[in-house]
Design a protein around this ligand. Structure first.
Ligand SMILES: [Zn+2]
Ligand SMILES: [Zn+2]
Ligand SMILES: [Zn+2]
Length: 174
């Protein structure tokens, strides 16, 4: 029996194909609406970022695109990333210096993240309440807000329950 999961447990609990499919559909609809082109490299970059709920670094993306025979010169890849960021289709997770697909690309928002230390999955959490209270408090201080980065680290529900189950198993054995 292997104790260490290499795949995030999260992926066992939901249909990830559905995440990818709906992300690509949203991307196509958004591009159409804004008169932009979801070029092959942009589309593939988005798909690769969506391979899991773990953020992907620019260099990892670059390597994957190169493997598939895309023009993977850094400027091409960074332009694709910029495009996806500006379109709101991905977020940058600053503390990991990596990119995460956004499941709510059809509504404007900033990404606030819960980062699991164990499986490195990142979840977005609801932003609207926190956002308005932040804006409010900053305003009261006379502070003009330019960037918001909210990244909380810890254990996700799946890793937490896996950890508890492992502890219980060890205890039962002794
Ligand atoms: Zn998923
Ligand atoms: Zn988002
Ligand atoms: Zn986890």
């Amino acid at each position: 029996m292997s104790e260490k999961h290499n795949h995030p447990k999260d992926e066992e609990h939901h249909d990830h194909d559905h995440c990818v499919e709906s992300a690509l559909q949203t991307a196509e609809a958004l591009c159409l609406e804004q008169g932009q082109r979801l070029t092959k490299v942009r589309r593939r970059a988005l798909e690769l970022i969506w391979e899991s709920h773990r953020p992907l670094g620019a260099y990892q993306l670059l390597a994957k695109l190169a493997e598939e025979g895309f023009n993977s010169a850094p400027p091409t890849v960074y332009r694709a990333l910029d495009f996806l960021l500006n379109a709101g289709l991905i977020h940058k997770v600053e503390s990991m210096n990596a990119y995460l697909g956004c499941a709510h690309a059809d509504r404007a928002h900033k990404g606030y993240f819960l980062i699991c230390d164990e499986c490195h999955n990142v979840m977005e959490f609801d932003y609207q309440d926190i956002h308005s209270s932040l804006i409010d408090k900053a305003k009261k201080q006379g502070f003009e807000l330019r960037a918001e980065t909210i990244e909380l680290t810890g254990l996700c529900a799946a890793c937490k329950s896996a950890g508890e189950a492992a502890k219980k198993a060890a205890k039962d054995k002794s």
